[in-house]
Write a protein that binds this ligand. Structure first.
Ligand code: PRX
Length: 640
């Protein structure tokens, strides 16, 4: 077995040779002529001259050797159903969907926005887009019309694919009214909308625009749609993520680099082998779902489980805290991927549930998306008896930045640390204001990545190269490095520890949300003059949003019933516009917000007060009485 230190060093010192080798893990119609082109930093082109296709690598390539093996297992504890597709069946379904998209005018480079629940058809639609070279833009089904509208405007999709509804914990969430409202709000209108009808919620079809997918697909049964060979640098998809401004960023990814990065990660990090089953509990609306529900496992020739439902409900619709373990046993899952929040939910269940099923096939559980706390890690590690592997990354990176590459060399995890930098990633810790590299163990700074960024990393912000450069590459003084916007430290053994965001992004149950988007939604309420939203530590969800608003009517500050009404209206507004995840846990009313003398909101100080911490340096605070107001509303809340 290779030594990881050498493996890593080679990836950094000889990137051309290193990645040329990794590129052999996938199929190319035309092999690349140049491995790395970083002649225009920070933009990087990987595998120029090469032609390939993600769908070919995920499906067609396996047909000869494993056509009859399982590729997709769609489980819903909401509709109490299980559907299994072999690679050959998935091939047929994807071609049918590809033919349907072509027939309604979708071509190479056109955007297809996918707003769907966790059903097989969502995965099939993504693969169908990849097959014909259309760019998919999947929007998380938990987002509401405002968030969806801004993404429709930015992506300008030719077609939107959606469904009547999703369901969570038995509660049906109708998608169609949210979609109709989003299309009404957006300046861009799609040419057509394809709708899967699950029979969960009534749908009113808009004449001339909306089509029932079942009707369209029927016309294309048995279709034969070959893969469109794409340049390695052609765009495969965009996925929206939140940042410091209210406007979401479309993270744009290539084709060849992404395929190679995923294939390599399946081998070196996840150690997932062909013919086995991978179970990732994320959602296709997030980057983890794109990489490790859809493309990664299929590229590796594995079966992938697509799961709709809570981790605590069984296939009969009854409470069952062992459902995930039941699936591990039933489908002989070898690799599992989830988020710390989900484990914290399971931790509330009877620990005996972990011993109810035969979990002997499972080799490792990967957790990502938010900090993994020690009690959660220890509990699940003892319960499962397999390595628990924390992995740190971002929508932007496309695959883990920091973890343990057990497929290269077995290495011990340290609780609290995701591990060490992955091959291809030149990770550094730098001083926030001087930009100086901090090399001493334990020094806290910003986690940054020095270019060239590896394959799979975002190419740019969709439609806005300048924004890519200014947002990510020009925030560290004196250096052009990519900022992750996370605080971190490194210990004497080279293990990194991630200490939370440096910007206004919060992490609710592993979901990344921008506080600015929430603030914009709240300030749209006529009764609100000004608002600050911060993320506050929460035992179950990691963080929750907390809002502090200045009401236009000062009676709200003294009349508890008026405050309650306004709080309720604000919460509903955020849930309707952005989705339930973004709804603040509480809205507190104050006469004025703490700001610097130049008028900048002091969110960090507000957050510290909410968490009962020392707010730190307050020299820039304009008026100390403002922070006192926050203290008193937070204090009176905890006294209630
Ligand atoms: O703050 C870090 C946190 O989640 C952010 C990225 O979120 P997202 O773009 O949704 O991508 C998630 C991909 C796994 C990071 O900037 N984060 C992610 N993983 C970890 C983490 N924080 C601590 N530990 C992790 N393992």
């Amino acid at each position: 077995m290779t030594n990881y230190v050498d493996f890593y060093r080679r990836s950094i010192e000889e990137p051309n040779e290193f990645w040329a080798e990794q590129a052999r893990l996938i199929d190319w119609q035309t092999p690349p002529t140049q491995v790395l082109d970083d002649s225009r930093p920070p933009f990087v082109r990987w595998f120029a001259g090469g032609r390939t296709n993600l769908c070919h690598n995920a499906i067609d390539r396996h047909l000869a050797t494993r056509g009859d093996q399982t590729a997709l297992i769609a489980v819903s504890t909401e509709t109490c159903s299980e559907r299994i597709y072999t690679f050959a069946q998935l091939h047929a379904e994807v071609q049918r969907m590809a033919a349907a998209l072509l027939a309604i005018g979708v071509g190479k480079g056109d955007r297809v926005l996918i707003y769907m629940p966790m059903i097989a058809e969502a995965v099939i639609t993504m693969l169908a887009c990849a097959r014909i070279g259309a760019i998919h833009c999947v929007v998380f089904g938990g987002f509401a019309s405002g968030s969806l509208a801004s993404r429709i405007e930015d992506a300008t999709p030719k077609v939107i694919v959606s469904a009547d509804a999703g369901s969570r914990g038995g509660k049906v969430l109708a998608y169609k009214p949210l979609l109709d409202e989003a299309i009404r709000l957006a300046a861009h209108k799609p040419g057509a909308v394809l709708l899967f009808d699950r029979g969960l919620a009534p749908m009113a079809l808009v004449e001339g625009r909306d089509h029932l997918a079942s009707v369209v697909l029927e016309r294309h049964a048995g279709a034969d749609v070959p893969c469109e060979w794409l340049d390695a640098t052609d765009v495969s998809y965009t996925i929206y993520t939140s940042g410091t401004t209210g406007k979401p960023k479309g993270v744009q990814r290539d084709t060849g680099g992404y395929a190679v990065a995923l294939a390599a990660s399946m081998k070196h990090i996840f150690d997932g082998r062909p013919g086995e089953t991978y179970f990732c509990t994320s959602d296709i609306g997030w980057v983890v779902g794109h990489c490790y529900i859809v493309y990664g496992p299929l590229i590796a020739g594995m079966a992938s489980i697509v799961y709709e439902g809570l981790p605590t409900q069984g296939l009969d619709g009854q409470p069952n805290g062992a459902i995930w373990w039941e699936l591990v046993e039933k489908y002989k899952v070898t690799v599992m991927f989830s988020a710390p929040t989900a484990v914290r939910v399971l931790k509330k269940q009877d620990p005996a549930l972990l011993r109810k099923h035969d979990l002997s096939t499972l080799r490792a559980l990967f957790l990502a998306g938010e900090p993994l706390d020690e009690p959660t890690a220890s509990w699940i590690s003892e319960g499962l008896g397999v390595p628990i592997i924390d992995n740190y990354w971002q929508t932007e990176s496309g695959w883990p930045i920091i973890t343990i590459a057990n497929g290269v060399e077995k290495k011990a995890s340290k609780f609290g640390s995701p591990g060490v930098p992955m091959y291809g990633f030149k990770v550094m810790i730098v001083h926030e204001t001087t930009g100086e590299e901090l090399t001493a163990p334990g020094e806290k700074g910003v986690v940054v990545i020095d270019g060239p960024t590896p394959p799979g990393f975002m190419q740019t912000v969709w439609g806005d190269d300048a924004r890519y450069v200014s947002t990510y590459w020009q925030t560290v003084p004196g250096r052009s490095v990519y900022s992750t916007f996370d605080w971190g430290i490194r210990d004497a053994d080279g293990y990194y520890y991630i200490l939370g965001r440096t910007d206004d992004v919060i992490n609710v149950a592993g979901h990344r949300l921008g506080t600015r988007e929430i603030e914009e939604s709240i300030s749209g309420h006529a009764g609100v003059a000004e608002v600050a939203v911060v993320g506050v530590a929460d035992g179950l969800k990691g963080q929750v949003a907390m809002a502090f608003a200045v009401p236009r009517n000062s009676a709200v500050l003294t009349e508890a019933d008026q405050a309650l009404v306004l709080e309720g209206e604000i919460m509903k507004r955020v849930a309707d516009e952005l989705g339930a995840l973004a709804r603040p846990a509480r809205v507190r009313f104050v006469g004025v917000l703490p700001k610097t003398r130049s008028g900048k909101l002091l969110r960090r100080a507000i957050q510290a007060v909410c968490e009962g911490r020392d707010p730190g340096d307050l020299t820039t605070l304009d008026d100390p009485a403002t922070l006192q107001q926050i203290r008193s509303v937070v204090g009176s809340a905890s006294a209630n």
